[in-house]
Structure formats: structure tokens, C-alpha cells
Design a protein around this ligand. Structure first.
Ligand code: ATP
Length: 255
């Protein structure tokens, strides 16, 4: 059994392989994650952050190299096995929500539990408890298009967390939220990380949001250019280091 919950080796992603638009977005990245880490991925626009997070989390498949989650090589799984693996192990929070408009919030949130054939009474209890925590318990019978952006985002978060995943994958999770809702979401992620050792891998542009992580991974031009560990730094010291890294990069951009 590996000491890592997630490992990637020589991860390469080429879009449009063998076409005239062939583009190598990731160039042989090695990356490991220990259980209970809270990782934030940052980097300039177009540097490969979403490509990276998608390729380490079964959303997309690398062109070459491998990714192991819980020691299982994700390339060896059939699409049916990947589906099952996702709802058993992973929770996804995306900026654009990905809720199904033909289903109520209750049905959307319950989906991972229904797929796992959890008993109906338990589903109702768990969805109601999660909705209460995210302050959307009054909205469970509404459809996503009847809810505000913040409410939809909270429903998507409830769906991501309902199966108590060991790893949460979040791509710009606060992108469509106001500052109060962003703060609440971060508090929730932090609590899951601290109380249940849930591993979190999140993409963000915002140094303040990044300062909640335990390790910052800075991606540039398809490579991991730098990593900073928070370790014994206070959140404020860590925040300052993240700001410095981003502003040094911005200055380099304009030179
Ligand atoms: N489906 C695709 N086909 C071809 N090229 C793509 C595709 N998706 C992304 N790319 C390219 O790969 C590179 C990395 O894109 P990616 O979306 O991973 O960047 P990002 O760092 O997440 O950017 P942003 O911060 O702007 O969201 C970009 O140059 C992008 O144009």
C-alpha cells in the first residue's frame, strides 16, 4: 500500500493528438498527494490548471504517463468502473455547477447516494442534514433554474459532499459566489479537511482562498514551476508568500 492517496507520474496531456491543432498542455508532470492534504493549484490563465486537475481525477485521461488513486491506475478502469469509483471516492465542485436542470435540488444532491443504492430513508435523512448545513433546506423541491447562482453552487457542493468522499476536487469553487458564500464554502472545506482528514485539491486564482491550503502548487506553461508548503507559517505569512509568488510572476509577464 502506497503512502500516497494520489500519484501521477510523467503526466502528459496532448489535445488534438495527430491533428494540425495538436497542443501539449502538460509536459510529463510528477505529483504526489498524501491523505489529508489541502492543496491549492494556482498559475496564469491557460497554464494548464484545469487540464491538470481533470487528468488527475478521472474527468479526463492523460495521453501518456499514469495516475493512481488509492493505488489503482485509473487507465485500467472501464467507464462503468470509473463511474462507480467516482461516487465512492471523489467529490467534484465546479464553478459552473453541473446540476441537472430536469431534477430538483433534492434529486441532484441525492444522486451519488441513489447510484450507490443507499436505502431511501437514509437518503432523505442525509440530504436533509447536508442541505441544512448549507442553508438550502427550504429549496429542496425547487429546480436549479428556479434558484440563484449562490444557491445552485451550494446545492452542487452538497452533492459533492453527500457521499463523504475521501478526496474533493474543486475547480474555482468560489468563482460564482459572493464574498460571504465564498467564506462559508472555505470554512466548510477547512472543516472537512481538519475534522475528517478529507483530502482537497482545489484550483483558485485568489491568494486569500489559496491561503487556506496546506500546500500551494504553481503551474506555468504545463509544468509545476513551484511549490510552497504552509507548514509552521501563520495563515497571514503564507498568504504573503503566495501574493509575492503571484506578483513576481505578473512582473515577469510584463518585462
Ligand atoms: N479541449 C481542448 N482542446 C485544445 N486545447 C485545449 C483544450 N482545453 C484546454 N486547451 C488548452 O490547453 C491549455 C491549458 O488550458 P487549461 O484550461 O488547463 O488552463 P487553465 O490554467 O485552467 O486556464 P484558466 O485559468 O484560464 O482557466 C490552454 O492553452 C488551452 O487553450
Amino acid at each position: 500500500m502506497s503512502e500516497y492517496i494520489l500519484q501521477a507520474k510523467n503526466l502528459t496531456k496532448i489535445y488534438g493528438l495527430h491533428s494540425e491543432n495538436e497542443f501539449e498542455a502538460l509536459h510529463g508532470i510528477d505529483f504526489t498527494v498524501t491523505s489529508g492534504e489541502f492543496i491549492c493549484i494556482m498559475g496564469p490563465s491557460g497554464s494548464g490548471k484545469s487540464t491538470f486537475i481533470n487528468n488527475i481525477s478521472t474527468i479526463d485521461m492523460p495521453t501518456s504517463g499514469w495516475v493512481r488513486i488509492h493505488d489503482i491506475d485509473i487507465r485500467t478502469m472501464s467507464s462503468h468502473e470509473i463511474g462507480k469509483f467516482r461516487y465512492q471516492n471523489l467529490g467534484f465542485v465546479f464553478q459552473d455547477f453541473n446540476l441537472l436542470d430536469t431534477h430538483t435540488l433534492f434529486e441532484n444532491i441525492a444522486m451519488p447516494l441513489s447510484l450507490a443504492h443507499i436505502d431511501r430513508t437514509q437518503i432523505i435523512q442525509r440530504v436533509q442534514a447536508m442541505a441544512k448545513q448549507l442553508n438550502i433546506e427550504q429549496l429542496l423541491n425547487k429546480y436549479p433554474y428556479q434558484c440563484s447562482g449562490g444557491q445552485r453552487q451550494r446545492a452542487a457542493i452538497a452533492r459533492a459532499l453527500i457521499n463523504q468522499p475521501q478526496i474533493i476536487i474543486a475547480d474555482e469553487p468560489t468563482g460564482n459566489l459572493d464574498s460571504e458564500n465564498s467564506h462559508e464554502l472555505l470554512m466548510l472545506l477547512k472543516k472537512l479537511n481538519e475534522d475528517y482528514q478529507t483530502t482537497i485539491i482545489m484550483v483558485s486564482h485568489d491568494p486569500f482562498i489559496a491561503s487556506y491550503s496546506s500546500r500551494l502548487v504553481y503551474i506555468k506553461d504545463g509544468y509545476i514551476e513551484q511549490m510552497i508548503k504552509r507548514e509552521s507559517l501563520t495563515q497571514d505569512e503564507y498568504f504573503q508568500k503566495i501574493v509575492e509568488l503571484n506578483s513576481a510572476e505578473s512582473r515577469r509577464h510584463f518585462q
